[in-house]
Design a protein around this ligand. Structure first.
Ligand SMILES: [Cu+2]
Length: 168
């Protein structure tokens, strides 16, 4: 293993959460944290089945504030992204862009059989207080906590400022 700063990550408490870490392209969450079918609970019932794809962080200009983008796909019932943290950064917040500015939001809906999509000019993550200045090729761990599905941990690559994921 390389003596990468990434290995100094302090493990945050994820007790009881479902943690799936997959290097590279994306992470699949096996919905095993929901304790089985406990009956319908309204529209979009049934456990969410989440996976994270197309995650990236455009290399920020010096200054340390970066945006992050990803897509949360859902093949199951409705869920909500309620928190994002990183062992490699002091603060990760969820923002929504408006035509004139942007606002911080406390949670984001993950529709049943749909996707929560972060994209330039739209919903994005704001990452501040990096432990180590990001460089091209680095990966930052993001821990995405969902209301029903627990926490999904993904390694998000730092890409060129102009990078856009290919549609697939
Ligand atoms: Cu923002």
């Amino acid at each position: 293993m390389a003596g990468n700063a990434a290995h100094r990550f302090r493990r945050t408490a994820l007790t009881g959460a479902v943690l799936a870490t997959v290097l590279g392209g994306g992470a699949i969450l096996a919905a095993c944290g929901t304790g089985g079918q406990s009956g319908p609970d309204g529209a979009g019932s049934g456990p969410a089945r989440l996976s994270v794809a197309d995650s990236y962080i455009p290399l920020p200009p010096a200054g340390g504030m970066a945006a992050g983008y990803l897509t949360v796909r859902n093949d199951g019932g409705q869920d909500q992204l309620v928190k994002v943290t990183s062992p490699g950064a002091e603060s990760v917040t969820m923002h929504r862009s408006t035509p004139s500015s942007m606002e911080q939001v406390d949670s984001l809906n993950v529709p049943a059989h749909g996707a929560l999509q972060f994209a330039r000019g739209g919903t994005h993550l704001m990452i501040m207080g990096w432990q180590k200045a990001p460089a091209l090729g680095d990966e930052l761990e993001l821990d995405l906590t969902f209301a029903k599905s627990g926490t999904i941990s993904v390694k998000v690559p730092v890409k060129e400022l102009t990078y856009r994921p290919s549609q697939s």
